[in-house]
Write a protein that binds this ligand. Structure first.
Ligand SMILES: Cc1cc2nc3c(=O)[nH]c(=O)nc-3n(C[C@H](O)[C@H](O)[C@H](O)COP(=O)(O)OP(=O)(O)OC[C@H]3O[C@@H](n4cnc5c(N)ncnc54)[C@H](O)[C@@H]3O)c2cc1C
Length: 385
């Protein structure tokens, strides 16, 4: 029988950051991860830190805290996260009115600069000006996501934390009080469990009859080898259709589809984007699909073709770079930036997942979460189940 103060399920960026912050408060923490290869959303992401994206007092404050955290994180963790400041170039389709799109961005903490195609290509020479009506330029942060994850984990281990590679197959409870978790190898006991299982958070909660508004997309992307081309900025579309399909997926009608997982593609968007990492390799993205079965298969050939053609239209030199297709699940919660707090009516069970801009919001919220646990329990938000 093994006892811990806290058990954290899932060692992507959310679980790793939170485990570290809990351990920093002197708590005995177990972090459980099912996949030693980390084929997860954290590994396959662009690593953008959207510290401009706050829309109210609380999210603005988190954005400011996050920027400061990322600036100091390599030093704090003793591990290079490869943080840098870089421009985010949000491309606008040739047939759309740039002024109207720019209007949608006026709600954010930092307002973008509207650039004509000619101005945009001076900043990002790889852009195809024929394919765009302009760009929105924003100051953005960038990290190496997997290195940042490793950094949190190494610092967590130094604080005495435990990481075991085991899949949580069951949440253990007595009535509505959490008592621990079960894996195929072992039972672990704790009065506090937090779910950071990314796209699989939904099914873990469902397994004990808890319905929370958290879902997932299937995402596909290409990682290239190191190449001798220089992309200066992070390029993404200004119109994020993914947010639309995520918003709609919380409808009551669709809710019933999530209760009966199938391989049907409910919606499907391609958002051409690209980032180059410090070692010269690219991540080219990204297809997002709503398919309710987390294990659903997809057409790899079609996905690769769609990403290459989509990226090639905006950034022609990147279309045929040698690379490999990957896929992962990405958690989201419709209409909110994240789901963080204790699950109402289920003592000891918590959720830290469903982030929209995970790399900006998870690090400051992990700090706050650890402070709520140790100093200010009343401030911990309640999540309705
Ligand atoms: C192409 C692409 C680009 C992106 N770009 C950005 C970006 O620029 N900025 C940004 O903020 N976000 C971006 N994202 C989104 C971001 O990557 C994710 O939101 C984030 O990584 C999610 O972290 P997570 O810890 O919630 O999930 P994950 O990284 O998926 O980690 C969850 C972990 O839980 C484990 N797990 C699940 N179930 C169990 C279980 N039962 N037992 C044990 N372990 C379990 C999984 O194996 C997994 O390792 C991007 C995503 C993609 C795909």
């Amino acid at each position: 029988m093994k006892n811990f103060d806290w058990i954290v399920i899932g060692a992507g960026i959310t679980g790793s950051a939170l485990s570290y912050e809990l351990a920093k408060k002197g708590l005995k923490v177990l972090l459980l991860e099912k996949d030693p290869n980390y084929s997860n959303a954290t590994r396959y992401s662009y690593g953008g830190v959207a510290y401009w994206s706050g829309t109210d007092d609380f999210s603005n404050k988190l954005c400011q805290e996050s920027r400061e955290i990322h600036h100091n994180l390599s030093q704090e963790l003793g591990y290079n996260t490869e943080f840098r400041e870089l421009d985010l170039m949000l491309t606008m389709p040739a047939d759309k009115d740039p002024e109207m799109i720019a209007e949608d961005y006026q709600k954010f903490l930092i307002k973008p600069q509207l650039l004509t195609p000619k101005e945009a290509i001076e900043i990002e020479p790889l852009l195809n000006t024929d394919a765009i009506s302009g760009c929105l330029k924003l100051p953005h942060g960038h990290i190496h996501p997997q290195k940042t994850n490793n950094g949190y984990q190494q610092a967590f281990l130094k604080l005495g934390g435990t990481i075991n590679y085991e899949e949580v197959s069951q949440l253990l409870s007595q009535n509505t009080i959490i008592t621990g978790v079960k894996t195929p190898q072992e039972e672990y006991f704790s009065e506090n469990v937090v779910i950071c299982a990314g796209g699989l958070s939904h099914s873990l909660l469902k397994s004990i009859g808890i319905a929370v508004n958290i879902y997932f997309t299937h995402s596909q992307l290409i990682l290239t080898s190191t190449v001798d081309i220089n992309l200066k900025t992070l390029v993404m579309p200004a119109i994020l259709n993914r947010l639309d399909i995520e918003e709609k997926s919380g409808d009551l009608e669709l809710e019933s589809l999530w209760n009966h997982p199938s391989d049907e593609i409910i919606s499907d968007v391609m958002e051409p984007g690209a980032i180059q990492f410090r070692d010269g390799h690219f991540c080219l993205g990204q297809i997002s699909q709503i398919i309710t079965n987390p294990q659903a298969n997809f057409d790899r050939h079609l996905a690769e073709k769609t990403i290459r053609e989509g990226v090639g239209k905006i950034l022609p030199k990147l279309e045929n770079l040698p690379g490999k297709l990957h896929n992962c699940l990405v958690a989201f919660c419709p209409g909110a930036n994240f789901l963080v707090g204790k699950i109402d009516h289920f003592q000891g069970l918590h959720l830290f997942s469903g982030f929209t801009s995970t790399f900006v919001f998870a690090p400051p919220l992990a700090k706050r979460f650890a402070s709520w646990v140790t100093e200010d329990a009343e401030k911990m938000p309640s999540l309705l189940s």
